[in-house]
Design a protein around this ligand. Structure first.
Ligand SMILES: N=CN[C@@H](CCC(=O)O)C(=O)O
Ligand SMILES: [Zn+2]
Length: 411
């Protein structure tokens, strides 16, 4: 089945030769075609170009996109979409003066979500999570990474990963799974971090690998959670099973997590609200993609990742939502792109690159996602009539999306 979109006001992020990602000054460049067409066949992009070069208008379906912009769907390379219940009480507690750290120390935070998830059946967890997957697809996300990490027992971690697997089988959106058993210390291991890490490494990780439940490994490398030494121990064990790191580092304190990630050839290092010069230096000449999570900074009122310093130093940057019940109860990549422009001083071109091609790279999907390129997945957003693509981040909080196609299917 072919679909032809004609009279596109501007087609964004077009590529003739697919690139891996963009870094530094190149992030300011967003290749586009004005007055364009896009042709897809089933789940694949087969042609695009200027309207004047379109030889004949024959297709099973024809869409006139006069006044509208077409761009690749967003890639969300860091989420915790599979969770049970919510934590709106903690939100109110923070408004009333408690800090995120105080809430966690009182048994709230990640442990609160873990308790809820352990007491939720796999079917119910699937149901709650599927609703969020449907929601983010409508918001224009065509590929997403989802972590475990709210289980914190063998049974519950595997339950989360099976739910992620089922979501990937049921929905057209591409889903990549990450094993985050080392997200927090469960209460039973309060004074026995070594014991819990051994449980993760020797009891859960082998099953995750054997059952192919995750492609990536993650750990919360942070003061009060897991140290750099813990991180290296886990990443070494995961490497033996072929799991690639995508890790939580530098959210509240910079303790060397960036360097640990690079040492183990991490695909990405994520959060980075606290960045030292040596962290930026370490990322240069690495294959590791830094990921910023501006909605988390917004929600927790913590610093934003210093995108300007990083990009001006020649680094690439990806943007993701961090959708989770504690620090970011939002999976809206449109808001992420706006916030990156408004609060992190990224240009619209940089933000769109960071949320498409660089984000695809940060999940190992750059060959199939993240741009309008022949042979890539037919994943794209058709906007409502808008004056220019600047309008997307500028007119923040408003919905500019008219249609979303994922794997060639209208969502
Ligand atoms: N920082 C660690 N993990 C999550 C939030 C966890 C929670 O509060 O539930 C994050 O990425 O922000
Ligand atoms: Zn996270």
């Amino acid at each position: 089945m072919t679909t032809l979109i004609i009279n596109i006001k501007e087609l964004l992020q077009v590529e003739n030769t697919p690139k891996k990602m963009v870094a530094g000054k190149d992030m300011k460049v967003l290749p586009t075609i004005k007055n364009a067409f896009l042709l897809i066949n089933d789940d694949c992009i087969i042609d695009f170009g200027q309207m004047k070069d379109l030889s004949e208008i024959t297709s099973d379906e024809l869409i006139d996109a006069t006044g509208k912009i077409v761009l690749p769907t967003w890639c969300d390379s860091h989420t915790h979409i599979v969770y049970a219940g919510n934590r709106e009480q903690e939100f109110v507690d923070r408004i009333n003066g408690l800090t995120y750290e105080e809430i966690a120390n009182n048994g709230g935070g990640i442990l609160n979500s873990a308790k809820k998830l352990q007491n939720t059946s796999e079917e119910e967890l699937y149901k709650q999570s599927a609703k969020r997957v449907e929601e983010v697809m409508k918001l224009g996300t065509g590929a997403v990474e989802i972590k475990s990490g709210y289980g914190l027992t063998k049974e519950a971690e595997l339950k989360m990963l099976r739910v992620i697997k089922k979501l990937n089988e049921v929905y057209p959106i591409t889903i990549k799974a990450t094993f985050l058993g080392a997200h927090a210390l469960p209460l039973e291991y309060k004074n026995n971090k070594v014991g819990y890490l051994n449980e993760v490494i020797h009891e859960i990780l082998p099953i995750v690998a054997q059952e192919h439940l995750a492609e990536f490994i993650d750990i919360f490398c942070e003061t009060g959670y897991f140290s750099v030494e813990d991180t290296e121990k886990l990443l070494q064990a995961a490497a033996n099973y072929g799991l690639k790191p995508k890790i939580h580092v530098n959210q509240f304190t910079a303790i060397g997590g960036v360097q640990a990630g690079i040492k183990f050839n991490a695909l990405s290092v994520d959060h980075l609200e606290e960045m030292r010069i040596e962290d930026i230096e370490a990322l240069k000449n690495s294959n590791t993609m830094p990921i910023a999570l501006p909605s988390c900074s917004y929600f927790l009122s913590i610093p934003y990742t210093p995108a300007r310093k990083m990009i001006d130093a020649g680094l690439p940057l990806a943007l993701a939502t961090d959708y989770n019940p504690g620090s970011t109860p939002s999976g809206n990549m449109n808001f992420v792109v706006s916030t990156a422009c408004i609060k992190m001083k990224m240009t619209p071109e940089e933000a769109i690159n960071a949320a498409t091609i660089n984000a695809a790279y940060a999940m190992g999907l750059e060959k199939t996602h993240g741009s309008i390129c022949k042979g890539k997945k037919a994943n794209f957003i058709i906007t409502k009539e808008i004056p220019s693509y600047y309008f997307l981040p500028y007119s923040f909080g408003n919905n500019h999306i008219e249609k979303v196609y994922i794997n060639g299917k209208l969502i």
